[in-house]
Design a binder for this molecule. Structure first.
Ligand SMILES: [Zn+2]
Length: 396
């Protein structure tokens, strides 16, 4: 493809993402002139100005619309050794939810065809999954080394929305883990996110037959652009909390009908072990969800990814959304915090022989009226009594 053709494609692609006369920042990193950046609403001029960099450097653009007014002298020109580029505060709103799928490989090199294929397979899976949840079609792009799904959204540039997008990507990453070779980038939620300028050449590392530089492309564009409502995004983030229901099955603390077992006071536990900032809320009816800013297993998980749930029967489940924490359950948390709970497990409840004999006497007395009586006793005692009763052939 000739440079002129590449430049024509860049113009065409930018028009998909920008309204007529709307500005975009184009940015090129680590050039011999430092960061090269410019604000353009004349896309033909933009394509001409970046011509010298195409094929040598990765070229990016700001995905979301700019809030700042571009001064006349700053318009449609490239600047060199730029220190100030667009910040999150310089973005008007979130217009796209970017799901970036990249094959896992060493940093700074282009992907092989096989590696790139893993990203394609995963992009397809996620595309289908979201479609099954009633999502409209995204714009699909080939980033050169992987694939992008770009879902149109319309959310104010506010912290709550940024955190929602972050949570969404993390949920998606936990639903579609990187074990198949491609990873959902969980960092593409920031308002001032820059992405590959579609149509330009991805230039990671040396270009070789095995790891070639490839032209990025827009490969699918829905006929009508339809915005994904915020509720749809929230619906997906809730799926990771649902995963906790599965871990409920493996909870090792239940005190149903056993008054001798102590119900764990989660708030007391939080205080005693300094688990830090948390939010408490009702969850799925009668359960209680505690969400934590910091994950106790890894303080780098500082994005409210860790939670404890207490079910109505006292059982506790623990979950962190990060892949590296996926095996950490309640048992792991207890071990991690050095918590040893007494009264756990039935074998620890043993009556003295006097108590046992007294119970046995009472039951024998109750004999014929047993069907109307209700006695609450620990399971271990019940087994002991049953054995004794059978031995005494009381029921024969
Ligand atoms: Zn964690």
């Amino acid at each position: 493809m000739s440079l002129t053709e590449i430049q024509a494609n860049v113009v065409k692609n930018l028009k998909i993402f920008r309204a007529e006369k709307e500005f975009v920042e184009v940015r090129i990193l680590k050039t011999k002139n430092g960061v090269v950046s410019g604000y353009y609403n004349d896309f033909t001029r933009l394509a001409n100005d970046i011509g010298a960099y195409i094929g040598t450097y990765d070229i990016y653009f700001t995905l979301n619309p700019l809030a700042t007014v571009v001064q006349l002298e700053e318009q449609n020109t490239l600047n060199f050794n730029v220190k100030q580029t667009t910040k999150d505060s310089g973005i008007k709103k979130f217009s796209y939810l970017l799901i970036d799928l990249d094959p896992e490989r060493k940093a700074g090199i282009s992907s092989t065809d096989d590696e790139k294929k893993t990203a394609y397979v995963k992009a397809k899976k996620i595309f289908r999954f979201l479609k099954s949840k009633g999502w409209f079609d995204p714009i699909v792009c080939d980033s050169g080394n992987g694939y992008h799904l770009l879902y149109p959204i319309d959310l104010a540039n506010e912290d709550t929305n940024r955190l929602l997008l972050k949570e969404f990507l993390q949920t998606l990453n936990s639903l579609f883990p990187a074990s198949d070779g491609a990873k959902v980038d969980t960092t593409t939620y920031n308002a001032s996110r820059i992405v590959k300028l579609y149509g330009t050449i991805a230039c990671k590392g040396e270009s070789s037959e095995e790891r070639p530089h490839r032209i990025s492309k827009v490969i699918h564009q829905p006929k009508v652009i339809q915005t994904i409502p915020i509720e749809k995004i929230k619906e997906i983030t809730k799926l990771s909390e649902k995963g906790i229901n599965d871990s409920h099955k493996s909870c090792d603390y239940r005190n149903t009908g056993n008054p001798t077992m102590r119900r764990i006071d989660v708030e007391d536990l939080i205080k005693r072990h300094n688990l830090g900032v948390y939010e408490k809320k009702a969850w799925e009816g009668n359960s209680t969800l505690y969400k934590f800013k910091y994950c106790p297993f890894n303080p780098e998980h500082d994005d409210w990814s860790f939670c404890i749930i207490q079910f109505p029967d006292g059982a506790i489940a623990v979950k962190c959304h990060h892949d590296s924490c996926s095996s950490n359950d309640w048992k792991a948390l207890k071990k991690h915090l050095g918590i040893a709970f007494k009264n756990r497990g039935r074998s620890q409840i043993r009556p003295t022989s006097d108590q046992f004999n007294q119970l046995l006497d009472n039951l024998t007395v109750l004999g014929p009226h047993l069907q109307d009586s209700y006695v609450q006793i620990p399971l271990a005692v019940f087994i002991q009594i049953s054995n004794q009763l059978i031995k005494n052939s009381l029921f024969n």
